[in-house]
Write a protein that binds this ligand. Structure first.
Ligand code: SF4
Length: 338
């Protein structure tokens, strides 16, 4: 498969009053053409920060990106792009949809005006009437009923699901090559969540867009993913195909995530699994495995040295000393001799 996006050694930190928060540390991954890659992990693990950095949407004043970091799209490093190049990239090549559409829709403009305006910004030659006609077509494509009437309405007259559909329509206006969807269903009712994911899936197969989906919901990941990456405390700790992650997970944190999925079984009265402890303080990230303090399999080496990735298959790899060829007897001196 051909790679469309490659993230190399991405590190992101924020300078705050409390000190430097190392939110993302040496993250490496790629997105293939036409695939859906899902990034899962608990809130605060760095998923959104990492996603926003792909189109440089982070607050420049306080953000520091590692000198060695690269985000390669179309043979160019996005991190080196000028503001002018980024304007062309955003929306035209890579689009993003967010958790709460109300924050991104202008409450003082009708839905039709704002979609048409985006069209005109991206395509200077299109006239207002033509842009409105295009808008109707796009709203129909995302299953908004009666779009001729709906274009005259304001965002507050739309339901949560319809607002998210509008955001998806706006994100796909210019047929971008990549769609980044950051928790697109979190603010919606469960029934609407399923509709939105189905819509994203449907549009992907129609438009052949590559999707990077950020979620903490493993159910959503299972529905749509080709591949899954598990993130913990600013690092990717396991990656694999959907089947590998769900049927043959290798990292203790992935095991914990999977155990915490509620089982729809009325006979099963056991309480939901929860992981003890909290993620590490990213003001002073641990030198060894970031999961060490919460891991029941933790060995001496785990606290001293960061686990390197071990290949499980062509598509699956895991950062855990348990998978080291010398585990469980692995000793620091042996690792240092590697
Ligand atoms: Fe647990 Fe050690 Fe593996 Fe980290 S490296 S997940 S602490 S066994």
């Amino acid at each position: 498969m051909e790679k469309i996006l490659e993230v190399k050694d991405l590190s992101i930190s924020f300078n705050t009053y409390a000190g430097k928060i190392n939110a993302v540390r040496k993250v490496n991954f790629y997105l293939n053409k036409g695939e859906t890659l899902v990034m899962v992990g608990e809130s605060g693990c760095g998923k959104t920060v990492m996603a926003k950095s792909i189109i440089k949407l982070l607050p420049e004043l306080i953000t520091e990106i590692g000198q060695e970091s690269e985000i390669i799209f179309d043979k160019k490093n996005i991190l080196d792009m000028s503001e002018k190049e980024l304007e062309k990239l955003r929306g035209l090549e890579i689009s993003m949809i967010f958790q709460d559409p109300m924050t991104f829709l202008n409450p003082t403009m009708t839905i039709g005006e704002q979609i048409a305006e985006s069209l005109i910004i991206h395509n200077g030659k299109i006239k207002k009437q033509q842009a409105l006609e295009e808008t109707i077509k796009i709203l129909r494509m995302v299953n908004i009923p009666n779009p001729e009437r709906r274009i005259k309405q304001y965002p507050h007259e739309f339901s949560g699901g319809m607002r998210q559909r509008t955001m998806i329509a706006m994100a796909l206006l210019c047929r971008p090559k990549i769609l980044i969807a950051d928790e697109p269903t979190t603010a919606l009712d469960v029934t609407i969540q399923a509709d939105i994911m189905e819509l994203i899936n449907e549009l992907q197969s129609k438009l052949k867009t590559s999707i990077l989906l950020i979620t903490h919901d493993l159910g959503v990941a299972f529905e749509v993913a080709d591949r899954i990456q598990v993130m913990y405390a600013g690092e990717i700790i396991e990656t694999g195909t959907k089947e590998e992650i769900f049927l043959n997970p290798q990292h203790p944190y992935t095991w914990a995530l999977l155990q915490s999925i509620p089982k729809p079984d009325a006979q099963n009265k056991s309480t939901l699994y929860s992981l003890d402890g909290t993620p590490p303080d990213l003001l002073e990230p641990p030198t060894g495995c970031p999961f060490a303090a919460r891991c029941e399999y933790c060995m001496k080496v785990c606290k001293r040295l960061k686990p390197q990735f071990t290949k499980i298959s062509d598509t699956q790899e895991v950062a855990c000393w348990l998978k080291h060829p010398l585990a469980p007897e692995v000793e620091i001196s042996e690792v240092l001799r590697m």
